[in-house]
Design a protein around this ligand. Structure first.
Ligand code: SF4
Length: 276
């Protein structure tokens, strides 16, 4: 199983021997499972299968965490759906117990009420729901399964669960992978997010690798013209009306859409969504 460990974060230090200090990352990415219940046409997993399916065990997770004393942020996703990992709540609890902020991206399909309660109890800090569409057909065209209604319902139920408990954590956001295929639906996604109590919508750039929908022609970053500009204005207005924070990568040059960059790598960004 791939354990994708981020190494770009600032480093803490840990004793390496008498009189020596060894730098250790403050942020780690750990993949709890490489299994998934979707077939997104923007995901390498859909097109390339390089490893047998497996979950990370809790014991292996602890051994990994032990290598990062002082870690401040643990991101529990890689290529796979974290909610399918058998030991996910225990992993969240353990990382939380060590004082780290814990978060992951999810498609929310498996976010039933029992699991929701376990994750809140475990101290999850942030839940990021991937939502690239505002209707069933577009969702299916992008994510490969008929999951729109269920993903929305599960997210709404989760927000309601937080409200019932008066829980301030986790912070819930929606991640929208912006493409020509779906950008027109972003204002509706923002409205729906606001209606169910999701506080933030993140406009995520497409990472393309020339398969499925992950192709340069779908990119909406860079110089894409007045039509996209108008649409982004509508998104800003929708966010204002819905009381939703809209953040993202902004109208940066197209080279930011380079292959190999990880979705959400620069979120939470210090930039609110800015228009170029
Ligand atoms: S839900 Fe995530 S891991 Fe699964 S296919 Fe979609 S992008 Fe890939």
């Amino acid at each position: 199983m791939q354990k994708d460990i981020g190494s770009h974060a600032p480093c803490a230090t840990s004793p390496a021997g008498p009189g020596q200090l060894k730098p250790t990352p403050k942020e780690v990415y750990i993949e709890p499972t490489n299994r998934c219940n979707e077939l997104c046409l923007t995901c390498p997993r859909t097109f390339f299968q390089r490893e047998p399916e497996a979950d990370l065990t809790y014991e292996a997770f602890v051994r990994i965490l032990d290598q990062f004393p002082g870690v401040e942020r643990v991101v529990l996703h890689g290529v796979g759906e974290p909610l399918l990992a058998h030991d996910l709540p225990a992993m969240v609890a353990e990382a939380n117990r060590r004082g780290a902020r814990v978060l992951f991206n999810t498609n929310a399909l498996a976010l039933n009420r029992r699991l929701a309660g376990q994750l809140v109890d475990a101290g999850l800090d942030e839940l990021r729901v991937s939502m690239d569409a505002a209707d069933r057909e577009t969702y299916r065209a992008i994510r490969g399964v008929d999951g729109y209604a269920k993903a929305m319902r599960r997210t709404e139920d989760f927000c309601a669960h937080l409200g019932e408990r008066g829980a301030l954590r986790p912070r819930v956001s929606m991640f929208f992978m912006a493409m020509r295929e779906n950008l027109a639906q972003l204002p509706t996604v923002i409205e729906a997010a606001g209606a169910m109590g999701v506080g933030t919508v993140v406009l995520q750039r497409l990472v393309y690798f020339d398969k499925g929908l992950a192709v340069a022609g779908q990119s909406v970053m860079g110089e894409v013209g007045a039509e996209v500009d108008r649409l982004l204005e509508r998104c800003e207005q929708a966010a204002l009306s819905a009381g939703v924070e809209l953040v993202g990568t902004g109208r940066r040059p197209a080279e930011r859409d380079e292959p190999g960059r990880r979705p959400g790598d620069d979120y939470p960004p210090d930039d609110k969504y800015r228009r170029g």
